[in-house]
Design a protein around this ligand. Structure first.
Ligand code: C5P
Ligand code: ZN
Length: 472
């Protein structure tokens, strides 16, 4: 085993002794935060650099990088799965994905440590929680791994620690009651530096920017019986609670409510859950960025990450990078527009699901959007369908759409289903392999790409696996 600190020290040395660095990162919120950290650190060290965003790091992408003959390449949020292919490059890696071979089963985790030890022989400085026997899904994000290198590059790294928190939250690493492990240590550094505040608040998404009734309408985890998914019911609920919906012309948001209004709404919501026999926490840890303006998406980690994702999904990694690095002018306004566009797209795509309908098939349900939903937001749409009452939230949902390299499949479940045994990561990996595709992800949310025409066979395989997981 190798310590992350030791690897980070080697990585920092290699980066700091370079005149020019190519940062290559994954185009999701975590990857964008990782690149923002790397770029800010390189700025401080006055090292020239460029940033390249990729959807995935495959052999073709690695070949392209090699033809550019870069002096030093800093891979963030991927790279661990491709170490054998990186030979010849003067590289460093900050990642948290499972080291190659890609996507082994959970049972192979112990072998992974052995594998990690073997990879140790590579001369590439490589920061990854798996190499310390930690869980890359919850212990540390790609941004966090980059931050660990930053700590070895400069004494003032804590000033940037909030970006590592946003990256971790963007990868849903706070899903089990808050950030833990190495993430927790980074969170503590961020708190001490005054760049993050940890508060207990309602668990729904959009406390900063969503109008109150929308905030409740899209509530999931926990779902609000009779309210989630029903805009009119949300408005009635708020009026019954004596909460004004508007302040002048503007919709009020959770953050606009007085302490008393929040307490009264929370207790009504708790009552609603109790009346329906639902035992669920209404509150979670929320990570606030106190140096940002309240009521903006960059004031809270989850909304911040979502904003970065909305840019990334539309190929605007450069815009997202500048926002993550602190631009609150041009790129920030472009980001707000992209986010608005993303929200409008989601509404349109949900209408597509309504139009084509969700088909039930045994223990699962699915829809095939073909070319009517962009594959980059298919998972988000499937999740919203599940949580908005459009689909049955008692069984997992599978969504298909056309992609460049085959048929994209996204699967979404709920926390309750996971507690009952659902593991969509395993299911997507196995079912896609069965039909000649590839997939993986998390228990509650996973994706795959399969060859066109294999949808039926894929669903058949998924059903068999699902039966096993759910004990039927
Ligand atoms: O694309 P989608 O949003 O459905 O992906 C859900 C999760 O599954 C993500 O964490 C993604 O990284 C993962 N995934 C994967 N392999 C794929 C597709 C998605 O591991 N082929
Ligand atoms: Zn990541």
């Amino acid at each position: 085993m190798t310590s992350m600190r030791e690897q980070a020290g080697r990585a920092a040395e290699r980066v700091l002794s370079s005149k020019r660095v190519l940062v290559v990162t994954h185009i999701d919120a975590d990857g964008i935060c990782a690149a923002a950290l790397a770029s800010s650190l390189l700025d401080r060290a006055k090292i020239k650099h460029e940033v390249t965003f990729l959807k995935k790091l495959d052999s073709a992408a690695i070949e392209t990088i090699k033809t550019q003959k870069p002096e030093t390449v800093w891979f963030t949020d991927f790279g661990s799965g491709a170490i054998p292919e990186l030979s010849g490059l003067n590289a460093v890696i900050a990642d948290h994905h499972v080291p190659a071979p890609s996507n082994p089963s959970a049972a192979a985790r112990r072998d992974l440590v052995a594998l990690a030890e073997a990879l140790d022989g590579s001369d590439i400085p490589h920061v990854n929680p798996h190499l310390e026997g930690r869980d890359g899904g919850t212990d540390l994000s790609g941004a966090g791994a980059t931050y660990l290198i930053g700590k070895e590059m400069t004494k003032s790294s804590a000033e940037l620690a909030h970006i590592a928190v946003v990256g971790a939250v963007g990868d849903l690493q706070d899903r089990e009651g808050g950030l833990a492990g190495t993430n927790r240590a980074i969170l503590e550094e961020a708190r001490k530096a005054g760049v993050i505040e940890v508060v207990k608040d309602i668990s729904f998404f959009g406390r900063e920017t969503r109008p109150l009734h929308k905030f409740l309408q899209y509530a999931s985890e926990p779902r609000l019986p009779g309210i989630s998914g029903d805009e009119d019911a949300c408005i009635r609920f708020l009026i019954d609670a004596g909460v004004r919906l508007k302040e002048g012309e503007s919709w009020r948001r959770w953050i606009d409510l007085s302490r008393g209004e929040r307490a009264s709404l929370s207790s009504r919501l708790k009552g609603l859950l109790e009346d329906n026999g639902i035992k669920a926490e209404l509150e979670r840890e929320v990570y606030v960025l106190p140096r940002e303006t309240p009521g903006t998406p960059v004031h809270e980690a989850k909304e911040f990450a979502t904003m970065l994702n909305s840019c990334g999904r539309y190929g605007k990694g450069d815009v997202a990078l500048r926002i993550a690095k602190g631009d609150r002018r041009e790129s920030y306004y472009a980001g707000l527009d992209l986010q608005d566009g993303h929200r409008r797209n989601l509404v349109d795509f949900l209408q597509v699901v309504r139009d084509i309908g969700v088909q039930r098939r045994g223990l699962l349900q699915y829809f095939n959007a073909d070319d009517m939903i962009a594959e980059t937001v298919l998972g988000t749409v499937a999740g919203m369908a599940l949580n908005s009452g459009l689909a049955d939230c008692g069984i997992p949902i599978f969504a298909f759409a056309r992609a460049d390299d085959g048929v994209k499949v996204s699967a979404r479940g709920t926390r309750l289903l996971v507690e009952k045994g659902l593991d969509l990561s395993e299911l997507m990996r196995l079912a896609s392999e069965k039909v000649g595709g590839k997939g993986g992800g998390h228990r509650v949310a996973a994706g795959a790409t399969i060859p066109p025409g294999t949808e039926e066979a894929f669903l058949g395989a998924a059903e068999v696996i699902l039966k096993k997981q759910m004990g039927g």
